[in-house]
Design a protein around this ligand. Structure first.
Ligand code: GUN
Length: 286
């Protein structure tokens, strides 16, 4: 294997330790950061995710509140909960786990979250702030990918970056963060002809499609940094990303594994956003 591994578990651990120090400093001033996680319904994957998020909070000394509701919860009831959390001074971050049941308009719920507590960074205000380079919460997955680049000393400045995928949660904010870091950015997607022609020119490739083997060894420039956001299962039901890891790791300079790459970083950046929100609240309170 030519490529070096970008160890998301190790980096996330370091970030959690830094967050724990910031939490301790806030606690010394009488403020405990608090995250509210709202889960509606019994989606098994969501149940696992929210449990991790709650455990992560506790590992750093933050408070976490898990609100679980039956799938029959109405949109109005959920909006009322969000409004109550918006005005709760003990809560600094609000995360409504997606997907929501079909009868609830997820966009409406996201927009109901106060921008001051939008630690997912999914709201129109957070997305707009990112677009025009103003302070605001960055979506946790692309924010974590940027931290991974930083950790391996890969400055995007002057580099060519290709983002595969154009979701609001990963692809688009990823491209914006890379652009803000002075990369020349191309966003590729399902209607892009000749994806390989783009990726072969790239110093940084971020694959965020949700489909196996979107990026293979012949599509990668030797030495490139490859970040795999995908989370899929192969025919043996084993977790795998969007990147053909075995092939690409022979060509790339750096590569993230799945599992143990971007996933732990997404969780770590949620803690970073939440502690930052609490620090802003503490600043405002002084
Ligand atoms: N569902 C899957 N990932 C996420 C996430 O990062 N945030 C929320 N709110 N829901 C999700």
């Amino acid at each position: 294997m030519a490529a070096q591994l970008i160890d998301g578990n190790a980096l996330a651990k370091k970030i959690r330790a830094e967050v724990a120090e910031r939490v301790a400093a806030l606690k010394a001033r009488g403020l405990q950061p608090g995250l509210a996680v709202v889960l509606v319904g019994d989606n098994p994957a969501s149940q696992v995710y929210v449990k991790h998020k709650v455990n992560d909070c506790e590992s750093t000394g933050m408070r976490s509140v898990l609100e679980k509701y039956d799938a029959s919860l109405s949109e109005a009831e959920l909006l009322a909960r969000v409004h109550a959390l918006n005005t709760d001074p003990a809560i600094h971050g609000i995360l409504v786990q997606l997907p929501l049941p079909a009868h609830i308009d997820a966009n409406k719920v996201i927009e109901a979250i106060s921008p001051k507590k939008d630690v997912d960074g999914f709201s129109v205000q957070s997305a707009g702030a990112l677009m025009i380079g103003q302070p605001g919460f960055r979506p946790c997955t692309p924010y974590g990918c940027m931290k991974m680049l930083e950790a391996v000393g890969c400055s995007p400045r002057g580099k060519r970056a290709v983002v595969i995928g154009r979701s609001n949660i990963v692809g688009k904010p990823m491209a914006m963060l890379l652009l803000q870091a002075h990369a020349t950015v191309t966003i590729c997607h399902s209607a892009t002809p000749d994806l390989a022609a783009h990726t072969r020119e790239a110093d940084i490739v971020v694959a965020a499609v949700g489909k196996r083997n979107v990026l293979t060894a012949d599509m990668v420039k030797p030495g490139a940094v490859v970040i795999d956001v995908g989370m899929n299962r192969n025919e043996a039901d084993k977790l795998c990303g969007d990147v053909d890891f075995d092939g690409v790791s022979k060509v790339a300079g750096w590569i993230t594994p799945v599992p143990g790459g971007v996933g732990p970083m997404t969780r770590a950046m949620l803690l970073v956003n939440t502690v930052e929100s609490a620090e802003r609240a503490a600043g405002a309170a002084v």
